[in-house]
Design a protein around this ligand. Structure first.
Ligand SMILES: [Fe+2]
Length: 427
């Protein structure tokens, strides 16, 4: 997947996640606000109905005659049958029950389990008779709202003479209203957030596209700088770009076969381009000497790895190249430039060393003709476990014939094109 497609995918995923999170948060807020409103609505209706019931002062008349008592009891029963209450009770000021009527239906029986002692509810409230919002307990049975509330009753001289208690059951019509209000509100929230996201999507993608173009330009410029630096050192070394292109292709192919991460691949690629950048600091007399170097000269030549570190080590973007630049002349048996052995040599440097030597063996040099593929592979095999990491050599040999056949006679231009196509996947 290209960088642009990757960024676009991330953007769409984040927009969707944002839409979902915002819908959930706003939905929850609206849900609870609406639930409060519904509570108040149910409470208002319940209180209005209660008012109708308790306006009959006979409820609180002491020493009622038997017929009056019976008629009042019947009146409560009628309210139960015709109204919305499933329990209606009247208490004196000491919570002694005076009247009681309860529905026999199934809901009423289940409500019994949730029933709270009226004294307990009354203790929680400071309400005066219907002048303040009353305290109530709300519960649900099969998704239906029930309110149990206790209202203190006061006479004209503000003396508390009893309590009215009711368990109100929201009817089907009210529950349908409740559902419609909740679903409607949630739909509005979800749609509003969705429409907002839909409006912002083209704006954000447009900005994102500009940003991706800028990033691509920067990436191209960075790759160009890598190539230019690699090319500069190749010129200094009387070499061509061919070596740089080929070793980069070999190293990328081996890195991919070893399942390196994208970040590791980027480091390997940068290292492949810049591996010999420290040679800039080596004098012409040594770098371009046709004959064999003296021990002293060789010691100075070895310094090109540390010169390379000085050059790339201080730049964040080039720092990934350090492992290859510093350790590409190490040997697996610990006999390399700085005697680092085995797995202590960074993986990218072990990979690059194989690519570098294989290309050197199969390429023409002023002092030698190119070796045949078979001879070069034979040398790699012999050096496995000594110069090179045996495991990596085995993997490379498995890839090498195809790589060799593909690149051995490739023109510089095609090599560069092939290499750039491989590189762009990681930048
Ligand atoms: Fe080198």
């Amino acid at each position: 997947m290209t960088t642009a497609a990757n960024i676009h995918k991330k953007l769409v995923t984040r927009l969707l996640l944002g839409w979902l999170c915002l819908s959930l948060i706003l939905g929850a807020v609206v849900f609870f606000v609406k639930l409060e409103e519904i509570d108040e609505r149910v409470q208002d209706i319940a209180i209005s109905e209660s008012m109708l019931i308790i306006k009959d002062k006979r409820f609180f008349t002491p020493n009622l005659s038997e017929p009056d008592y019976k008629s009042l009891h019947d009146s409560l029963r009628r309210h139960i049958e015709q109204g919305h209450f499933i329990v209606l009770e009247l208490y004196d000021a000491n919570f002694k029950k005076l009247f009681e009527a309860a529905s026999e239906n199934a809901d009423a029986k289940e409500a019994h389990d949730k029933y709270i002692e009226p004294a307990e509810i009354a203790a929680k409230q400071n309400a005066t008779m219907f002048t303040d919002k009353i305290t109530y307990e709300k519960f649900f049975i099969h998704g239906r709202i029930f309110l149990q509330f206790v209202v203190p009753l006061f006479d004209d001289s503000k003396k508390k003479y009893g309590y009215f208690e009711g368990v109100y059951r929201a009817d089907d019509h009210m529950m349908s209203d409740v559902r419609n209000i909740l679903i409607g509100s949630l739909l509005i929230v979800v749609l509003t957030v969705f429409v907002t996201a839909a409006i912002f999507y083209p704006i954000v993608t447009r900005m994102n596209k500009d940003l991706v173009t800028l990033t691509d330009d920067l990436s191209e410029a960075n790759i160009g700088i890598l190539e230019a630096l690699g090319s500069a050192i190749a010129k200094r070394d009387s070499d061509t770009n061919t070596h740089n292109y080929r070793v980069t292709i070999y190293a990328i192919t081996l890195g991919q076969a070893l399942n390196l991460t994208d970040a590791e691949m980027r480091s390997l690629i940068k290292g492949s381009f810049l591996h010999d950048i420290g040679k800039i600091a080596i004098s012409d007399a040594i770098l371009l000497k046709p004959g064999k170097l003296t021990d002293e000269e060789f010691e100075e030549m070895k310094h090109h790895c540390l010169h390379g570190l000085d050059i790339v080590g201080k730049y964040e973007w080039l720092r990934g190249a350090v492992d290859v630049v510093v350790y590409h002349h190490e040997k697996y048996d610990g006999t390399g430039y700085s005697k680092l052995p085995g797995e202590d040599i960074p993986l990218s440097a072990r990979i690059f060393a194989i690519a570098d030597v294989f290309d050197a063996l199969t390429s023409k040099r002023p002092y030698k003709e190119p070796f045949s593929y078979e001879k070069a592979v034979g040398i790699l095999k012999e050096s496995a476990g000594k110069h090179f990491d045996r495991r990596l050599v085995e993997v490379f040999i498995g890839l090498s014939k195809k790589l060799y056949d593909k690149t051995v006679n490739m023109e510089d231009e095609t090599l560069e094109k092939t290499m750039l196509e491989m590189i762009r996947k990681y930048f």
